[in-house]
Write a protein that binds this ligand. Structure first.
Ligand code: DAH
Length: 427
């Protein structure tokens, strides 16, 4: 992947069973059901929290017990439940809301009243909607418990806004934009967070639109798509150099990524393509062609607003929130001060079911947003075939200095839970 590794990249741009994200190593993607189950079974003994709240999500009332369950088919931790319904993309003074509105402006200017906008669709979706309806193969790594949050075996927290494509097409929408929070189990660093935001766009053409043009429907849609998205990139980034990269997505053919040259690097902006005919056919649109795109809002907002760490989007510290103004794209964020990180290493003998995502979930569960990075710094296998990993955890608050005492306590908690929940042997 030529683009820089910047905030969550598109997920499906590799064929089945390859990595879902280029920061992954092969071992991380070698998921097995037993690993998921063993990680979950430890949760079974967990104290059950009483229902503390019910959220209104996309017009549906959802109680905590509907999302977090002591059940082997559920892997949603409390920390993730706590993010549901926050809808950062619907705040006009938040960088994600400002960016969303700037994209809306582009579509409103160029296609007045054409695109239907959805930004309040419920993030709990069926496995069918999230994967099957957009033709994600049955063995694709993104379906694993290691990568996706399952509420039960048939329900997930959407891992992309593409989860709404098929339903909206079935309902007869032909031009639409879907913005929403999406959820992925992932590693910990300054550009990865288990909740982030995407926008999906779809446009359907009818035969009379391309028949007079002399090119076939697919070519017509592909060139319209490129023109539309190049215009969007210029609207957001100014007169930048761009390039199109051929890629693979299960839901489009041909598929492309758009990259722009920005701040001396090639930055992947979005994934897109001509919608697979099968998706249109299943929604009753046999004679049409369509294009679709998906983009990650954090990835773009981080470069547009100079936001150095993805955790900042979740900060309610006024020194962050007060810097952004409704309607002003690209105001540069001024860090209020940089507090020192504290590094703690831990080594253990892994087992077959160990995954970095499971480790990171424990670290986030204990340290929350104080966890800045979890990095594998040593990895070896001894003569007996036992493999040892050493992880370096960086703790840092965006808002204050941490005391030695509190970091030590966090680290002891992490060690304790890693040992118990992951069944590894600490060294
Ligand atoms: N759903 C993809 C992802 O999360 C992004 C994407 C790529 C959406 C291509 C699309 C598309 O609609 O056509 O990685």
């Amino acid at each position: 992947m030529a683009a820089m590794s910047y905030a969550q990249s598109t997920l499906f741009s590799k064929p089945a069973l390859l990595f879902r994200s280029f920061t992954f190593s092969l071992t991380c993607s070698s998921f097995s059901t037993s690993s998921a189950l063993s990680a979950h079974s430890s949760r079974r003994q967990k104290w059950r929290q009483p229902v503390v709240s019910a959220l209104d999500l996309g017009g549906v009332k959802i109680a905590k017990d509907d999302v977090v369950r002591d059940d082997p088919t559920n892997n949603v931790p409390d920390t993730i439940y706590a993010k549901l319904g926050l809808q950062l993309h619907r705040r006009d003074q938040h960088p994600l809301g400002i960016l969303k509105n700037a994209i809306f402006d582009y579509f409103d200017t160029n296609y007045a009243n054409k695109f239907d906008k959805f930004d309040d669709l419920c993030p709990l979706v069926s496995v069918k909607a999230n994967f099957d309806d957009v033709l994600v193969p049955p063995d694709h790594v993104s379906r694993s418990y290691n990568d996706t949050y399952y509420v039960d075996s048939q329900t997930v927290l959407r891992c992309h806004t593409s989860a709404h494509q098929a339903e909206l097409l079935r309902k007869g929408h032909t031009h639409f934009l879907v913005t929403g929070d999406v959820y992925r189990r992932d590693s910990i660093d300054s550009t990865h967070y288990p909740v982030f935001h995407q926008m999906e766009g779809v446009r359907v053409f009818s035969p009379d639109e391309w028949e007079t043009s002399g090119v076939d429907g697919t070519l017509y849609a592909a060139s319209d798509l490129k023109k539309c998205l190049e215009g969007l990139a210029r609207h957001l980034f100014g007169a930048v150099e761009m390039r199109w990269i051929d890629t693979y997505f299960p839901f489009t053919n041909p598929s492309f990524e758009l990259e722009i040259y920005f701040q001396e690097k090639w930055l992947e902006v979005l994934g897109c393509g001509v919608t697979e005919q099968e998706i249109l056919k299943r929604s009753g649109k046999t004679d049409n062609v369509a294009w679709a795109f998906g983009l990650g809002l954090e990835r773009l907002a981080m470069v547009l607003f100079d936001i150095p760490d993805i955790r900042l989007f979740w900060s309610s510290d006024e020194r962050f929130t007060s810097q952004f103004v409704k309607g002003q794209l690209g105001v540069k964020f001024k860090p209020f001060s940089k507090f020192p990180p504290c590094y703690k290493d831990m080594s253990f003998w892994i087992n077959d079911s160990f995954t970095e995502n499971n480790l990171c979930e424990i670290v986030r569960g204990v340290a929350g947003d104080l966890a800045e990075e979890v990095q594998l710094i040593d990895n070896f296998t001894n003569k007996k075939g036992m493999t040892s990993h050493c992880y370096r955890i960086a703790y840092r608050s965006m808002e204050r200095s941490l005391t030695d005492e509190e970091i030590n306590e966090l680290q002891w908690n992490v060690r304790d839970q890693v040992e118990k929940k992951l069944n590894v042997v600490l060294r």
